[in-house]
Design a protein around this ligand. Sequence first.
Ligand code: ADP
Ligand code: MG
Length: 269
Amino acid sequence: MKTTVVALANQKGGVGKTTTVINLSACLAEKRKKVLLVDLDPQANATSGLGLEKGFGQSIFPALLGETDGASLIKETGIKNLDIIPSELDLAGAEIAIARRDDYLHRLREAMDPIIESGTYDYIILDCPPSLGILFMNALNIAHEVIIPIQCEYLALEGLGVMVDIVNQISEAGNPDLHISGILMTMYNVSTNLSQQVVQEVVKHFGDRVFETLIPRNVRLSEAPSFGQPVIEYDPHCVGSAAYRNLAKEFIKRQKQDAEPETEALPTL
Ligand code: ADP
Ligand code: MG
């Protein structure tokens, strides 16, 4: 199968990257897609959010150094169809450790290419750290698409221009597949006008790239990680579960649409 690599990125912290990585991955796995989650954030929130212990020396770091291959670092999550390459705090040292190498922006490619080419997974989902640093650049260099989560708050678009520019630059500089496939509005508050206004503003900028699915602010989504579970296990019937299941459905539908060639108009007789 062809593997699609998706990076969840936004240099702002606290916008819902990790929550989306965990729950979109789990909902895609529920739909029988084979998913590999790669935790690229030294904070390791995706790792602990899926119930894996932090700090047992098993991040992507040795593969970035070329000391081992990426595939040997894959762990089972206990969830069917969902595997993970976990993270731990040591990964914070990776940027410095690889910075002096000529190929420092392509270390993740070397680590991940055999996994991507093996076609074992439908999707590889990358949880990016909240910065525009070396790990982030490595992630964009192997990604086919970027999903940008945006919190439904005042100044939501602030700083986003820089990231859009970087995506364009990386795409022009050797990763032509790379594109922003979706903007995801998170922590939507149904009871305020502000959330609605923010969505309208973002749609004005990004049009139909904005997912129709809005992720509501939902306390179950914030509780689930401390139980080491995606929300669809923690509380399968809450609004957060419904939202991420919808997102997975919309995501798959978009994949098909983006892959289809433009239909040509039928010739007239
Ligand atoms: P990021 O990875 O962008 O830093 P997180 O996904 O870790 O952001 O989310 C930041 C915080 O907000 C976390 O405590 C998370 O549990 C909480 N959170 C994320 N999305 C929601 C939501 N839709 N409703 C309620 N809390 C959320
Ligand atoms: Mg995070």
